[in-house]
Ligand binder design. Structure first.
Ligand SMILES: [Zn+2]
Length: 183
């Protein structure tokens, strides 16, 4: 069985700095199989069965977010070493996960909300394509369904995006009204 030092060394080799907080304080190793590593500064904890053999580190699952909540959206999700080494990829994944859970956040700026609307509009053209060439190209997505079912899926997707737009527009309207009231 590998020892704690080997596990920490393997983690440090790929991540001299913590993927979430950027600290270089090293990692606390734990678990009966020594498959958990925890940043000594922020407390973010990862799990990987790759630590058991301690040969090659390929994937890491975020077990616990940092003590201040960083990475909460990615908790219990497995990503490649490459992903965890890329701060931009982490940031994008957090935003994407947050967006799929909530249509928008109250902290988002009006500009960000407008961007969400634009994105939904683009999604609609993508799902509401009917018989366009683009639509046929995406047939693999729905290859196991009849064309009636496929049409239904596309329609529901488009309606879902349309609803999102309505909800975001309501938020923009609410903000605009609030603005008028307070001035
Ligand atoms: Zn950290």
């Amino acid at each position: 069985m590998v020892n704690i030092e080997e596990v920490e060394a393997l983690m440090l080799k790929h991540f001299p700095q913590c993927p979430l907080c950027g600290a270089d304080k090293g990692y606390e190793v734990s678990g009966w199989a020594k498959s958990y590593v925890q940043c000594r500064l922020c407390g973010a904890k990862w799990e990987s069965t790759d630590f058991i053999s301690c040969k090659e580190l390929k994937e890491l699952q975020l077990w616990d977010p940092s003590s201040d909540g960083k990475g909460t959206q990615l908790t219990r999700k497995k990503y490649s070493v490459k992903f965890w080494q890329d701060p931009e990829a982490i940031k994008n994944a957090v935003t994407r996960t947050a967006e799929s859970k909530f249509i928008f956040h109250s902290e988002m700026t009006d500009q960000q909300l407008e961007t969400l609307i634009t994105r939904s509009l683009e999604e609609i053209t993508h799902w509401d394509y009917g018989s366009t060439i683009e639509g046929k190209g995406l047939g693999f997505l729905i290859s196991n369904t009849s064309s009636a079912e496929a049409a239904m899926i596309r329609l529901l997707r488009a309606i879902f995006e349309q609803n999102k737009i309505t909800i975001i527009q309501n938020e923009l309207l609410r903000r605009a009204l609030l603005e008028v009231k307070t001035h």
